[in-house]
Design a protein around this ligand. Structure first.
Ligand SMILES: [Zn+2]
Length: 191
């Protein structure tokens, strides 16, 4: 989200295509921000993608098309994607994944934790903190997000989320807690 991760994924897929390696890309069907037919980076660079809801959908297409390289955007949004990655590994397919690693409470997505365990290479692409412009590794849910949009997998609710550095994330979480009368996680800090 707002980082260079989609850019990094697209550039690897484009490179594979230039090398004439059969390449296929998938996008989460629920990732509606830029439409689901393409993986599209903020710079405008893109790669055609098949929208999928589940890991099984990925494997079905892979068995038909027999790619050697597969890209997956917004991995964390696709149910069963980890199992699909493992199967593709067994088939000798190189898989390149782009994903958020934590939800807006700072909890690591379980499927992403598993993925990290088997990954041969991991590149962190921090976004820019919406408050102080430092490198941002957290996704902050703004206080004004309506209750019905507060769900773990954000769908088409990008406006209610912003990247934050660790310090600004913690301060924002504290402010939300204080506003809701839940008290502080970190003791009586500066108010
Ligand atoms: Zn910050």
């Amino acid at each position: 989200m707002w980082g260079g991760k989609t850019e990094a994924l697209v550039s690897r897929l484009v490179r594979a295509r230039i090398q004439e390696i059969p390449t296929l890309a998938f996008n989460a069907v629920s990732n509606t921000r830029f439409g689901t037919r393409d993986i599209r980076a903020h710079s405008g660079a893109g790669f055609p993608a098949v929208p999928v809801g589940k890991g099984a959908d990925i494997l079905k297409t892979v068995r038909e098309e027999r790619p050697k390289v597969v890209g997956i955007d917004e991995f964390f949004m696709i149910e069963g994607a980890f199992g699909a990655v493992r199967t593709m590994n067994d088939l000798g397919i190189k898989v390149v994944v782009s994903t958020l690693d934590m939800d807006s409470e700072g909890k690591v997505w379980e499927s992403v934790g598993e993925l990290l365990g088997i990954a041969e290479e991991v590149v962190k692409c921090p976004a820019v903190c919406a408050v102080c412009k430092a490198d941002a590794y957290f996704t902050f849910r703004r206080a004004e997000a309506p209750a019905e949009r507060v769900q773990r997998v954000l769908v088409g609710a990008g406006d209610y989320y912003e990247p934050r550095c660790a310090r600004c994330f913690r301060e924002g979480q504290e402010a939300k807690r204080a506003a809701s009368g839940e008290g502080s996680l970190f003791g009586s800090g500066s108010a």
